[in-house]
Design a protein around this ligand. Structure first.
Ligand code: FES
Length: 598
């Protein structure tokens, strides 16, 4: 079979592949960040590229169906349906590139007493002599038991291997890391103990490096979850895993984490503890657990309790004896990240009526009322992250994040004030709210006649930014199809809240506070959310946007053993409500699809 060269422009990335390879697979292997919302299943139409030169397989009917006529006329192809038949040069247009996205890493400050699970002690051992022939291990155990006033009687094999050298090189002094009664690491006294808190999201991974001597956060980094190349939402990733690819998904995330660790810390072996949260699917894929059952009713998790797993068994490049602590899951679609959010926002101890929302491709909702916690998960889909929206994109440089309509004039604000290349979730929300407020939308989300509204083939659309003012040489519009996607997402989230309220026999007016967590939730306009019916019409001061609460919860579990224990109690207290099993769900959902009329 022939080998061909593929050049991806303007990225300047070159790759070799065998004849007949799918362009999407070549791009993935070469590290080209190509959007593939459906995970390469040829349903999203977002992996558009243009063949500049060279021979590829002819365009298929599916491609014609998934792209608009304009794109087909411009010679666009879908990378997941195009096969390489020659040396080719490919253009990856801006709209198809996974650009650096704005990742919400910060959140509220929560103060808890510093009391980590992994304890570090500096010990000085008696120097051996002919009258003291105790082994290194016994010498260490006896000294530690005396200093800590508890019996220490276990040591990780890797720590034991290090012990002889470390003790002799440091005149019988060492810094020892203990996990309960087990010595998990032994190192020179001048080394510092570090910890990592990880929020493993479907879209992004947030990593916090913490000094375990002081509890201080030393560095924070975020990367897009590298599994995105294999599907942008949980269900498409589960579908990909079901093709026998659980390990590939596990590997890419471990590789991504190892890269972040290496960039954050010059001596990764100093990391002696990790706490990790994620939704149930991310949790299972991280551990290499099967996820097939998560995609099929009744959506059961394989594991739900908190887990401590040796980092080396997972392939993480940190101290080999260290454990990764995974917080407990609640249900198939309500995972440890939800537990972490409840922990970080202290919803678990409120006596008020509070709703907590973590908006993502799945939105988890918790209601606290009369001290009882009830949670559900609602499939809000990736529309708020820009997927299934013609000019949708994640919150990245050039994304329209704010839209205002005044006197028939559209004003947009983009991230980093760059020329617009698409619309992120907050921009889409604003656009719909403004169009609705201007009387240009029916309650079903249909565009009414007015300035800026036009027909585009079988769809109607509203012109937001003309091509000459954009960074992608195309008119940026919002269409009726886009609006329909958002209305589905907003109906899912609002219905989640409504069903929880109805379950407790209360209404939205009884809610004292709505806490909004997550990257999308941090940047949206609450007012726009109320205007389109995403949120109940409560005074704006009833809303609190808290940033990455799941990441904060992971940090709490890293710096505090009692918080780790509390997470287990919280998970056990949450009553899980399966929305699909609720009689009222379909009607409530149908009702919530409508736009409130101004
Ligand atoms: S259509 Fe190609 S990745 Fe979705």
């Amino acid at each position: 079979m022939n080998t061909y060269r593929v050049d991806f422009e303007p990225l300047g990335i070159r790759a070799d592949c065998s004849e007949g390879s799918r362009l999407l697979d070549v791009a993935r292997q070469a590290g080209v960040g190509l959007t593939s919302i459906c995970g390469g299943n040829s349903t999203c139409g977002r992996c558009m590229v243009r063949v500049i030169s060279g021979r590829v397989s002819p365009i298929s009917q599916t491609e014609r169906d998934l792209m608009d006529d304009e794109s087909v006329e411009e010679g666009m192809r879908l990378a997941c349906l195009t096969r390489v038949l020659d040396h080719v040069k490919i253009e990856v247009p801006p709209c198809s590139r996974l650009v650096d996205q704005r990742l919400q890493l910060d959140g509220i400050d929560v103060d808890v007493p510093f009391d980590p699970v992994v304890k570090d002690v500096v010990v000085g051992l008696a120097t051996p002599h002919m009258g003291d022939l105790r082994s290194d291990q016994r010498r260490l155990f006896e000294q530690l038991s005396q200093v800590l006033d508890q019996e220490i009687n276990a040591i990780d094999l890797f720590a034991l291997r290090q012990a002889a050298t470390v003790l002799r090189n440091n005149q019988w002094h060492a810094r020892v890391s203990l996990h309960g009664q087990e010595v998990i690491d032994i190192h020179a006294p001048d080394q510092r103990p570090l910890g990592l808190a990880v929020d493993l999201g479907t879209t992004k991974i947030a990593v916090y490096l913490v000094d375990l001597d002081t509890g201080q956060t030393l560095a924070v980094e975020g990367i897009p979850n590298p599994q995105i190349a294999y599907g942008e939402d949980v269900m498409s990733r589960i579908a990909y895993a079901m093709q026998g690819e659980v390990n590939r998904l596990r590997q890419v995330v471990i590789e991504g984490l190892n890269q972040v660790i290496a960039s954050m810390c010059s001596r990764p072996e100093e990391i002696v503890d990790v706490s990790l949260v994620g939704n149930t699917a991310m949790h299972h894929l991280f551990l290499g657990l099967p996820v097939r059952q998560l995609g099929l009713a009744p959506y059961l998790p394989t594991a739900h309790t908190e887990l401590d797993v040796k980092a080396r068994d997972l392939g993480l490049s940190i101290a080999p004896g260290a454990y990764v602590h995974l917080l407990p899951n609640i249900a198939g679609f309500v995972g440890a990240d939800h537990v972490a959010m409840i922990l970080a926002t202290s919803i678990y101890r409120t006596q008020k009526t509070v709703i907590g929302l973590d908006i993502g491709t799945n939105t988890e909702v918790v209601l606290a009322h009369d001290g009882v916690l009830t949670s559900c998960s609602t499939a809000s889909g990736p529309a708020f992250e820009g997927a299934h929206i013609r000019y949708g994109m994640r919150a990245a440089s050039g994304a329209i994040e704010k839209v205002q309509l005044s006197h028939d004039k559209v004003e947009v604000k983009t991230i980093d004030d760059q020329p617009a290349i698409g619309l992120c979730g907050s921009g889409i929300l604003d656009a719909i709210s403004e169009l609705n407020g201007a009387g240009l939308l029916s309650s079903r989300g249909k565009l009414l006649d007015g300035l800026g509204v036009r027909q585009n083939h079988s769809d109607r659309e509203y012109l937001l930014v003309p091509a000459e003012c954009t960074g992608c040489n195309q008119d940026i519009t919002i269409s009726e199809r886009d609006i329909a996607e958002i209305l589905l997402a907003k109906a899912a989230i609002r219905t989640g809240m409504d069903v929880l309220l109805a379950d407790r026999g209360i209404s939205a007016e009884d809610v004292d506070e709505i806490i909004i967590a997550g990257a999308f939730g941090t940047h949206i306009s609450v007012v726009s959310g109320i205007k389109i019916g995403l949120f109940p019409p409560l005074p704006v001061d009833h809303f609190r946007q808290v940033g990455n609460a799941a990441g904060i919860g992971a940090r709490l579990a890293l710096v505090s053993g009692p918080q780790r224990q509390l997470a287990v109690e919280v998970a056990g207290r949450v009553h899980y409500l399966e929305l699909l099993a609720q009689e009222k769900f379909p009607n409530q959902f149908a009702h919530n699809i409508y736009l409130p009329q101004p």
